[in-house]
Design a protein around this ligand. Sequence first.
Ligand SMILES: Cc1cc2nc3c(=O)[nH]c(=O)nc-3n(C[C@H](O)[C@H](O)[C@H](O)COP(=O)(O)OP(=O)(O)OC[C@H]3O[C@@H](n4cnc5c(N)ncnc54)[C@H](O)[C@@H]3O)c2cc1C
Length: 292
Amino acid sequence: MDVSDGQKDTPRLIRPATDPQIDTDRCGGTMFCMAERTSGNPIVIIGTGLAGGNAAATLRDEGFAGPVVLLGHEPGVPFGRPPLSKTYLRAEEELDGWYVRPAGWYADHDVERRSDTAVTVDPAAHTIILASGQELAYDKVLIATGGRNRQLNIPGAGLPGLHYLRTKAECDAIKAEAAKGRRAVVIGMGFIGCEVAASLTQLGVQVTTVFPGEEPLERVLGGQVGGVVGAFHRAHGVDLRPDPARVTTAAEMGAALRAYRAWAGDPSFRTMAAASGSPIQPRASEQSVTPS
Ligand SMILES: Cc1cc2nc3c(=O)[nH]c(=O)nc-3n(C[C@H](O)[C@H](O)[C@H](O)COP(=O)(O)OP(=O)(O)OC[C@H]3O[C@@H](n4cnc5c(N)ncnc54)[C@H](O)[C@@H]3O)c2cc1C
């Protein structure tokens, strides 16, 4: 199922200041004691991931009745990403069970979903400049822009067949290539890399992995547990290519490059390399916040 509910980028409704009908019992210490709101401008939530979606839901659940704008550039409604490396990748379920709220909830609860990218936040002026060039006035702003995958900064990283995994669209691109009998290189064996390797293996894809250290998940779970995880993958036919030198990031990238070149140059590696999602880079550093 497409996560997108077909909502288009519609002009923001700037509603007049209304009585926010605050439940005063809940005001003490809650994040939205908005009785002192004066501007009539909305609370703007930047980011439509799990955090942004839950923030909007919580505002309404806890009685905030003022205007709320949920601003993001990812299509579809907020959802949890766990199935993207597991059940959704393996085509065992759709994503609607992972929606923060059903697609219709936002309109029903007067939460305006706006498709755009925040470029600059100016706390002094209480404005957000959008990639579209428009300016959005806010009363309060919540930056919930999460992270994005660390990008491979190596020659060949732009070649076709290399996928990152964080969004539904990226997952769909991997799914489209993950046919039985094909081959894939998974770069990075943290949690998501391990999950992708396992899911692709279950789909009949022959998986080779490259990663720093000696065992998958070693950096987070230690060598002993990593060894158990590695043994599990090997038992299911995954070709683990650890770097025994416990390499640095640069060397990790070199290992990725070697694997990718192997994939590109070796006709038996015909399908894809999947760069998995960990570690991520914070998104907030990509936005400019003008100091007040
Ligand atoms: C494949 C995969 C599997 C995972 N599995 C698990 C799991 O099993 N268990 C677990 O606990 N966690 C898991 N995670 C991690 C979990 O999904 C994250 O912790 C979660 O996504 C964080 O949510 P978030 O809303 O903070 O950020 P994000 O999900 O990163 O969402 C941020 C949103 O902000 C948007 N955005 C960014 N910049 C701007 C901007 N300037 N303007 C407008 N919008 C912007 C982005 O497009 C995005 O929609 C997984 C992650 C992935 C990718």
